[in-house]
Design a protein around this ligand. Structure first.
Ligand code: CP
Ligand code: NVA
Length: 308
């Protein structure tokens, strides 16, 4: 079953197919109203169920528009509006949805929920963010850098600053599969998932964990950060204090390669993980990055439906 659960399990050739399709479909849509399906409408007659245990703007709208542009339909719901919210098991929910829809996308608190859903649904399941990973977002990030630089990301150097969270984990996985170097500037106590790092390193990934923001960004081509407090995490003065030296600001950007590009999955907290001067400045690609969620999601859906 072609689930899209994590990048660690992916092959470079599969990710390449997805990225090439995303670039091609984006180029083909210039001048076409956003609600008009692509000419080939490859998912006509297909329905995607979208379940959210956490808030979402980009993921929700991009998947919904992706299904419309591919000629299909979607059903969007929050887990709290389902019997799931009253304790019906994930296994039973998966079996029922698998009898009614053609694929399921879920944003969930626990990665185990995603895996249980995938084991029981009998239809493709897509990870729309868990506590461990956010692979769809990282595919959009890679697409954005490729379209801006005009070349594949292999051989480039990326730096991730701040919390070793779901975004950091998916970037580590992507770096090991697609062959770019990744330095993570993360304070003690907030490291990415050790198993994710171990798997990436065993695969030959160039992954360096450093405790200095300056060392992380030195001569890097791409600078990435994310919120210091992910959804569901409690406000913590101690954590914010530990993160402060890892803020992406003008002086840090000046230590990166000239013309280094800045990414942030959004939502952003200006004055915390990034200054307004950087995120709203000329090196920032965050709006292209957000738009590319739509284009890359379409390609991920086509891959899951066996159409790539
Ligand atoms: N980047 C991202 O996943 O945004 P949403 O939380 O708005 O979906
Ligand atoms: N790390 C963030 C990503 C949001 C898209 C979170 O989990 O809240």
């Amino acid at each position: 079953m072609p689930h899209f659960l994590d990048l660690a399990g992916a092959k470079a050739a599969g990710l390449r197919l997805i990225l090439d399709e995303a670039h091609r479909r984006k180029a083909a849509r210039i001048g076409i109203p956003r609600g008009t399906p692509d000419a080939d409408a490859p998912l006509a007659g297909h329905t995607l169920a979208m379940i959210f245990e956490k808030p979402s703007t980009r993921t929700r709208f991009s998947f919904d528009m992706a299904m419309r542009q591919l000629g299909g339909t979607s059903i969007v719901t929050s887990a709290g509006d389902m019997q799931l919210g009253r304790g019906e098991t994930v296994e039973d929910t998966a079996r029922v949805l698998g009898r009614m829809v053609d694929a399921v996308m879920i944003r969930t608190n626990s990665h185990a929920t995603l895996e249980t859903l995938a084991e029981n649904a009998g239809v493709p399941v897509i990870n729309a963010l868990t506590d461990i990973s956010h692979p769809c977002q990282v595919m959009a990030d890679i697409m954005t850098i490729e379209e801006t630089t005009g070349k594949p990301v292999a051989g480039s150097t990326w730096a991730y600053l701040g919390d070793g969270n779901n975004m950091a984990n998916s970037l580590i996985e992507a770096a090991s599969v697609l062959g770019f170097d990744l330095r993570l500037g993360v304070p003690h106590g907030y490291d990415p998932d050790q198993a994710v790092i171990a798997t990436a390193c065993a695969r030959g990934g160039s992954i360096d964990l450093v405790r200095s923001a300056a060392a992380a960004v030195e001569a890097a081509d791409v600078i990435v950060t994310d919120t210091w407090l992910s959804m569901g995490q409690k406000d913590s003065k101690e954590k914010l204090g530990a993160m402060l030296p890892f803020q992406v600001n003008d002086s840090l950007m000046a230590k990166a390669a000239p013309g280094a590009l800045f990414l942030h999955c959004l939502p952003a907290h200006r004055g915390e993980e990034v200054t307004a001067s950087v995120i709203d400045g000329p090196q920032s690609l965050v709006w292209d990055e957000a738009e590319n969620r739509l284009h890359v999601q379409k390609a991920i859906l086509l891959w899951c439906f066996g159409k790539l």
